[in-house]
Write a protein that binds this ligand. Structure first.
Ligand SMILES: [Zn+2]
Length: 282
């Protein structure tokens, strides 16, 4: 039984919220510069990620990478690491605290402590028209974690091996020629590319629904530092039903890398590591 509400319950509930981290205070990316650099950039490579697997790719600082839906609706789970220091990796929780539950153009993927700097900036999102739907759903979330075999085992006792967590583990192990045990420790919470998610209004539960992505849609990012990326083509396909089995219809995802011309980024520099001195009061 819940406690009886106090006499001033309604007035307490009526207090308006305060944004925790006003983004006006964040360093803003120069999107006009990035787009001008992208205009004459040349494609330098591509990786096709088959369904229910993951692949790794590298993107030098100052280059672009594009994730494209091909063949059919498909969501992707994206991990990012500093290419020369895997302990610096995408920080989903802080990115969510800064930008909100879903990312779109102009927003950034921030890295873990003690670095806390932009790793990548979204320059184009062909699904930016979606906004928020009537259920509170939106696209490209940083609220889910990544589908994984541990939660699946907890809920249904199975041994499913092609969740995004395992796909990313195998891909990183192969890319770095390290063991699965070593690789697994580096896999982290993702940007859910193209996934449409939200929280239910009544119970606050995490929900997913069929992604609005269609072949040809893409998300393009600018690499602020040298990046190692891992992308899993989720076994959930468009995530309209389930995501820890082989029953969903799945499709590949295409990753392409683009290099701008030598002088296209004049005025831009790699973001420095965070300015906190790390003395922690001692
Ligand atoms: Zn997944």
């Amino acid at each position: 039984m819940p406690f009886d509400p106090p006499a001033d319950a309604d007035s307490r509930r009526a207090i308006p919220p305060v944004i925790c981290y006003p983004t006006d205070d964040l360093p803003h990316p120069d999107l006009a510069l990035y787009r001008a650099a992208r205009a004459d950039a040349v494609r330098t490579g591509e990786v096709l990620v088959p369904p229910r697997t993951a692949a790794c790719f590298t993107v030098p600082a100052g280059h672009f990478f594009r994730i494209t839906s091909v063949q059919g609706p498909q969501v992707g789970d994206l991990n990012l690491w500093n290419a020369s220091d895997l302990t610096e990796r995408f920080y989903s929780g802080k990115t969510r605290a800064l930008h909100g539950t879903h990312l779109t153009t102009g927003q950034r993927m921030w890295s873990s402590f003690p670095h806390l700097r932009p790793m990548a900036t979204i320059v184009t999102d062909t699904l930016d028209w979606y906004g928020k739907d009537a259920f509170g759903g939106s696209v490209h979330d940083v609220i889910g974690t990544r589908c994984d075999p541990y939660t699946g085992n907890l809920l249904s006792g199975g041994q499913y091996h092609h969740c995004c967590h395992s796909n990313l583990t195998r891909a990183l192990a192969d890319h770095l020629e390290i063991s699965l045990e070593q690789a697994e420790l580096h896999v982290h919470d993702v940007l859910n590319v193209f996934m449409c998610t939200g929280f239910t209004r009544d119970t606050g539960q995490y929900f997913m629904k069929a992604s609005p992505v269609r072949p040809g849609d893409y998300l393009e990012l600018f690499a602020e530092i040298d990046l190692l990326g891992g992308l899993s083509a989720c076994p959930g396909g468009d995530c309209s039903s389930e995501h820890s089995s082989d029953t969903a219809s799945c499709h590949p995802l295409l990753v392409e890398i683009f290099a701008p011309s030598a002088d296209a980024l004049t005025g831009w520099s790699r973001p420095p590591a965070n300015g906190y001195d790390r003395s922690h009061g001692r």
